[in-house]
Design a protein around this ligand. Structure first.
Ligand SMILES: NC(=O)c1ccc[n+]([C@@H]2O[C@H](COP(=O)([O-])OP(=O)(O)OC[C@H]3O[C@@H](n4cnc5c(N)ncnc54)[C@H](O)[C@@H]3O)[C@@H](O)[C@H]2O)c1
Length: 250
């Protein structure tokens, strides 16, 4: 695994109870960071925090709730004294046609995948600004560029918005030495994409379009996140970078 020195840094990863967020939390911990593991699910948050080698705490909060996000960020700073890295990873992918989608599902996608990044960036950004700098990584999706997915309008719209927010946040926060980038995975084997792997025809179609001829695994996303969090990426901000086995070449 790609390794960078993140000792003495404190990182908050949202939705880190399982999947890509869990792998990112593990990677940050392996590089020496203290990790604040957020999830809406208390059990998985505690499990992830418990498996990390370095200092780690679980923080149960719904990232759609801006007051809960503020309380969580305050608690992380109270527990560890600082907050250097924020990874906005929590996400949902409600499935429905536009004609059938409920308001609740649409709002869930927009709130979890987009508004939450605003809430966390606002709360954490204030801490980072006061400390003289920091790093924010937003987990987007190739769906946020121009790769529509069938029956995922809320998801695609929220991820496109997240890329726009990433750029705006990078522009505004550069004055405070806070870098902001998005990592955009292709299809990664997690619970979110379990349905895809159960459909042989759909799987075949996806694989045909991926030059590396395999789906990604959560660990495939981690190296880029660690690089973006490191000082090696000090002149890199406002970018949305795909990690997708070559599926999308912009
Ligand atoms: N798996 C893929 O193929 C893929 C592709 C592109 C982008 N992504 C993105 O990567 C991120 C992680 O996806 P994953 O595949 O690991 O998904 P996952 O469903 O396995 O994990 C998502 C995690 O987020 C948590 N979560 C959901 N809503 C939350 C909330 N309101 N507050 C706090 N935590 C919440 C869940 O409890 C879960 O632990 C998401 O943003 C997703 O959109 C995934």
């Amino acid at each position: 695994m790609f390794n960078v020195n993140l000792r003495n840094r404190v990182a908050l990863v949202t939705g880190a109870g399982r999947g890509i967020g869990k792998a990112i939390a593990q990677g940050l911990s392996d590089c020496g960071a203290t990790v604040a593991v957020n999830d809406i699910d208390p059990q998985t948050a505690a499990l992830t925090a418990g498996t990390l080698t370095g200092d780690a705490n679980a923080y149960v909060a719904d990232v759609r709730d801006s007051a809960a996000v503020q309380t969580m960020v305050d608690q992380v700073v109270a527990d560890f004294g600082r907050l250097d890295i924020l990874v906005n990873n929590a996400g949902v992918e409600p499935k429905a046609s536009i004609l059938e989608m409920t308001d609740a599902d649409w709002r869930d996608a927009i709130e979890t995948n987009l508004s939450a990044a605003f809430y966390t960036s606002r709360s954490a950004g204030r801490v980072m600004k006061a400390a003289g700098g920091g790093v924010i990584v937003n987990i987007g999706s190739i769906a946020g560029h121009n790769i529509p997915i069938a029956l995922r309008s809320g998801y695609v719209a929220s991820k496109a918005g997240l890329i726009g927010f990433t750029r705006e946040c990078a522009r505004e926060f550069a004055a405070y030495q806070i870098r902001v980038n998005a990592v955009c995975p292709g299809v990664i084997e997690t619970e979110m994409t379990a349905h895809l792997r159960q459909n042989a025809a759909q799987m075949q179609k996806w694989l045909e379009d991926i030059p590396q001829k395999r789906l990604g695994i959560p660990e495939d996303v981690v190296g880029l996140v660690l690089f973006l969090c490191s000082d090696a990426a000090r002149y890199l901000t406002g970018q949305a970078i795909n990690v997708d086995g070559g599926k999308v070449m912009l």
